[in-house]
Design a protein around this ligand. Structure first.
Ligand SMILES: [Zn+2]
Ligand SMILES: [Zn+2]
Length: 186
């Protein structure tokens, strides 16, 4: 599966967007206000987006929930339906570009699109290609019981189970090791 620079950026963006949802009622929201959204847009180098307002935040939070559903979709058909709805509502204008020295790739967002439509179009299409490639399973949730963050498994054999193996994977290994020692000692 060919993953171009822009697809990679769109994937990183959509994963960060989905993971800004608070994990429970006590956790803070990753996108609490317009300033946080403006910072998100800057960090992820989302181009052609001007000054943002409350309507932008409301629209982004709406599509955030729908992207979260894509990562929780049980199969390709369910994911396809969700992605189709997201992309259709955003409106797209596919066009080839080789801006900033990158190889030819396609931008999907319409010129002048709002930030929510921009994200829905380009991140939606990045996810669409996983369904096309028969790789929808790579859009995952971390298997650590207290985590469930979204991630995209880009490993060769689709073997990644945790959002960040250095934290979640390790924490589980340590817990399993302690449990084994306890059993051996007991
Ligand atoms: Zn680009
Ligand atoms: Zn995790």
């Amino acid at each position: 599966m060919l993953i171009t620079h822009d697809t990679r950026c769109a994937l990183d963006t959509v994963v960060d967007l989905v993971n800004s949802v608070p994990e429970d009622d006590t956790a803070p929201d990753g996108l609490p206000d317009v300033a946080a959204l403006q910072e998100f847009v800057g960090t992820h180098e989302i181009s052609d987006v001007g000054v943002l307002g409350e309507p932008d935040l409301a629209a982004v939070l709406r599509i955030r929930g729908r992207f979260a559903a894509v990562f929780a979709a049980p199969d390709a058909r369910a994911a396809a339906q969700l992605i189709n709805d997201l992309v259709a509502a955003a409106g797209t204008t596919p066009r080839l570009t080789d801006h900033d020295g990158y190889d030819w790739h396609i931008h999907y967002f319409a010129p002048g699109a709002s930030v929510a439509d921009h994200l829905a179009a380009d991140c939606g299409m990045a996810l669409a290609f996983f369904v096309v490639a028969g790789e929808q399973e790579r859009l995952r949730r971390c298997e650590a019981p207290d985590c469930r963050r979204a991630f995209v498994d880009l490993s060769r054999n689709r073997s990644r189970r945790y959002c960040d193996s250095r934290t979640c994977g390790n924490r589980l290994h340590v817990a399993a090791y302690r449990a084994r020692r306890k059993e051996a000692a007991g």
